[in-house]
Design a protein around this ligand. Structure first.
Ligand SMILES: [Zn+2]
Length: 160
């Protein structure tokens, strides 16, 4: 038994906030606005798992009005979602994600993002793909106003 899920997330970029993607602190003068660390990539992956489980979205499980999640490390939130999947009898097979950011270029950070996500998803790095895109100067991403991510995750039922 397999289940597939899709996730998407966008955060507004503002000055004075760290830019965190896939648990990697990326050098930038602007970062994601949000209650947690605003890690759009990790949020998209977590939402994809919740989607595969038909368990709603991150906002349901980690309400942004709950002080418990203020400045939360999103890899910790993702670990809780992986735990929820295991409670339902599922493990992650693989994940594929796109990150949309105009600047800086993310190429040098991709390996670290994949490693962080793989560790948290409890899979080999070869089962986690992260691809970096820009907005080609168009839309909110292209104007440098936002960072977006989309992800798809495959879950497989554990053997009894
Ligand atoms: Zn988010």
């Amino acid at each position: 038994m397999f289940r597939v899920g899709i996730g998407h997330d966008t955060h507004r970029l503002v000055e004075g906030r760290p830019l965190v993607l896939g648990g990697v602190r990326v050098e930038s003068n602007r970062g994601g606005e949000g209650h947690s660390d605003a890690d759009a990539l990790t949020h998209a992956v977590a939402d994809a798992i919740l989607g595969a489980l038909a368990e709603g979205d991150l906002g349901v499980h980690f309400p942004d009005n709950d002080p418990k999640w203020k400045d939360a490390n999103s890899l910790d939130l993702l670990a809780r979602v992986v735990w929820l999947a295991s409670e339902r009898g599922y493990h992650v097979v693989n994940a594929d994600a796109n990150v949309m950011l105009e600047q800086p270029k993310l190429r040098d950070h991709i390996a670290a993002m994949r490693a962080n996500l793989a560790t948290t998803l409890q899979v080999e790095v070869s089962n986690v793909s992260v691809k970096a895109k820009t907005g080609e100067g168009l839309d909110a991403v292209g104007r440098g106003e936002a960072v977006s991510a989309q992800a798809i995750v495959l879950l497989e039922e554990n053997q009894a």
